[in-house]
Design a protein around this ligand. Structure first.
Ligand code: URA
Length: 234
């Protein structure tokens, strides 16, 4: 049960003050009856706004195909962000819709967005080791020696004391490879190749755990069931 004005504001419909006006104007019903108390504690499933059920009252979990050129940060000064792809109401939700980990501005592909913050913590926690699969093209021919180097658990990134966890590299063609990581350090793929003398030219994430980007076109998403990764508290 949540307070009606707070519920509408948190789901991004309007400000709390506007919610009070909406309730007064008769646009909101609870259990089929016009609401007259914006402070009433209500069950989300009973609420209608202009006759419509509430928009994802229990949370959002989206598999997005991030195009190049968008950041995963909410900071306006960092430039256009992945949240700009979403409907405005979703961008106003509280808790805020945020990414599960990050992809660089120059990386495309699979990113999860959600307002289920405990899920973000769970999936980004180092102890969960979710495998993430990247496709990279690089500026020089790939040596087969990279495969055992990446798998060794001894590859060190510049300015980092801890070696990277073992990672699986599959060479697909002279300058193209697939890399599976189970951790998510800053710019990790680019820095792993850099540590071996190569520059990554293009980078795309194709998989996150069991999820594949599949038919999701760049700039669009598909919704996942909120319990896709198991039960999660809000
Ligand atoms: N590694 C990178 O270098 N960039 C990403 O966006 C993700 C992993």
């Amino acid at each position: 049960m949540r307070r009606l004005d707070q519920l509408l504001a948190n789901l991004g419909y309007c400000s709390r003050r506007e919610a009070r006006d909406w309730v007064r104007s008769g646009a909101v019903t609870v259990g089929g009856v016009e609401a007259d108390d914006f402070g009433a504690r209500v069950n989300e499933a009973d609420v209608r706004v202009d006759g419509e059920p509430l928009d994802h009252p229990d949370g959002l979990l989206l598999l997005v195909n991030k195009p190049l050129g968008l950041v995963c940060s909410h900071e306006a000064r960092e430039g256009p962000n992945v949240y700009s792809l979403l409907p405005e109401r979703w961008r106003r939700r509280n808790p805020q819709v945020t990414s599960v980990g990050r992809l660089d501005k120059d990386t495309s592909g699979l990113i999860l967005l959600t307002d289920l913050l405990p899920l973000v913590h769970r999936l980004t926690s180092p102890k969960h080791k979710v495998p993430k699969v990247y496709r990279a093209t690089v500026d020089r021919d790939l040596s087969p020696e990279l495969v055992p180097r990446f798998a060794s658990g001894e590859l060190r990134l510049e300015d980092e004391a801890e070696a990277c966890l073992p990672a699986e590299l599959t060479i697909l063609s002279a300058r193209e490879a697939e890399l599976t990581l189970t951790e998510g350090r800053y710019h990790q793929v680019r820095r792993m190749f850099a540590a071996c003398g190569s520059t990554v030219l293009t980078l795309h994430r194709a998989r996150f755990g069991e999820l594949e980007i599949g038919e999701v076109a760049p700039g669009t998403w598909r919704e996942l069931p909120l319990d896709f990764f198991g039960a999660v508290a809000r």
